[in-house]
Write a protein that binds this ligand. Structure first.
Ligand code: IPD
Ligand code: CA
Ligand code: CA
Length: 254
C-alpha cells in the first residue's frame, strides 16, 4: 500500500508544481487569512480518485470538498490534507506539504508528509515499523527537554498566551512559527525541534502523530486527554522529556 500512496503523492506534487505559474482561484474560508484554492480542492479529488480505485471500501476524512466529518474508528480511513500551509502556498509558493495518513479500526498505521518544494518525503508507522526520509531510515531523535530545544508554536496561541504558551516558549530555546503543521512535524521527526504546540484539525496532525509515536515521542490534546479526531482542538506533540516539562506548567488546565 505504501508504494501506491507514495506514487499518488509524487503525482499530486507534479500537478501542484505545474500549476504554480497559473492564476490561482483563491477563496476565503473563515476570514481573509484562512484561504482555500482551486488547487487544494483538485489535489484532494485527485488523491480520493486514486484511493477509490485502489480500495473502494476505504473511507475518506479530508479537509476539503465536504469530507471533513468521517470518524476514524471503523474500517480503513485515509486522512488527507491536500495542501497543508495554504497561506504559504499562496504567499510564498513554498513551505507547504501534502499529508496522508492511514487508519485501520482506529489505529494509525502509516503517515506521509511531503515537503513539495524541498522534495523531501517523510513516511512510516507501525505498518512498516520504521520512519523514512525518502528511502533512508531515520533514527529516533534525542529525548531532549524543553529547555534544550526549539518549539513550534501557533501564533494566535502565543499572542493570547493560551495554555501557558508564552511560559512554554520562554523556557525553550525559542519558538518557531512556520505556518505549516507538516513542517513542524518534519522538524520534530528530524530532531531540529523538540515539540509543537498548536490548534489543529485531524488532517493536520494524523500523519505527523503516527510518525512521532513510531519514533517514541508523544502527542496529547486538551486537559492531557487523547486527541479526539473531531474538529479543531488544542494539540501538543513533543519528546517525552519536553512533554513532561510542558505538562508541569499546569497539570489541570493544559
Ligand atoms: C494550517 C497550517 C497552519 C496551522 C493551522 C492549519 P492549512 O493548515 O498547518 O500552520 O497553524 O492550524 O489549519 O489550512 O493550511 O491546511
Ligand atoms: Ca492543514
Ligand atoms: Ca489544507
Amino acid at each position: 500500500m505504501e508504494k501506491e500512496i507514495i506514487g499518488w503523492i509524487y503525482e499530486a506534487a507534479e500537478r501542484i508544481k505545474s500549476g504554480l505559474g497559473d492564476a490561482l482561484k483563491v477563496d476565503q474560508k473563515n476570514g481573509r487569512t484562512d484561504l482555500v484554492t482551486n488547487v487544494d480542492k483538485e489535489v484532494q479529488d485527485f488523491i480520493v480518485g486514486k484511493i477509490n480505485a485502489y480500495d473502494p471500501d476505504a473511507l475518506i476524512l479530508g479537509e476539503e470538498n465536504g469530507q471533513d466529518q468521517t470518524p476514524i474508528d471503523k474500517g480503513r480511513v485515509f486522512v488527507i490534507d491536500p495542501i497543508d500551509g495554504t497561506l504559504n502556498f499562496v504567499m510564498q509558493q513554498e513551505n507547504f506539504c501534502i499529508m496522508i495518513a492511514v487508519y485501520e479500526e482506529g489505529v494509525g498505521q502509516l503517515g506521509f508528509i511531503y515537503d513539495v518544494m524541498q522534495d523531501e518525503l517523510f513516511w512510516g508507522g507501525p505498518k512498516v515499523g520504521k520512519v523514512f526520509l525518502n528511502k533512508e531510515e531515520l533514527a529516533a531523535p534525542a529525548n531532549q527537554s524543553l529547555s534544550e530545544g526549539l518549539i513550534g508554536m501557533n501564533a494566535a496561541l502565543y499572542r493570547k498566551n493560551l495554555y501557558h504558551a508564552q511560559e512554554i516558549g520562554q523556557t525553550s530555546m525559542g519558538i518557531r512559527v512556520l505556518g505549516c503543521a507538516g513542517l513542524d512535524f518534519i522538524a520534530i521527526i528530524k530532531g531540529t525541534q523538540i515539540g509543537y504546540v498548536s490548534m489543529l484539525s485531524p488532517w493536520d496532525y494524523a500523519a505527523g502523530m503516527i510518525m512521532m509515536e513510531q519514533l517514541g515521542m508523544t502527542v496529547i490534546g486538551k486537559n492531557q486527554q487523547p486527541l479526539s479526531f473531531r474538529g479543531r482542538e488544542f494539540f501538543i506533540g513533543a519528546t517525552q522529556a519536553a512533554m513532561a516539562d510542558i505538562q508541569a506548567f499546569d497539570k489541570e488546565n493544559l
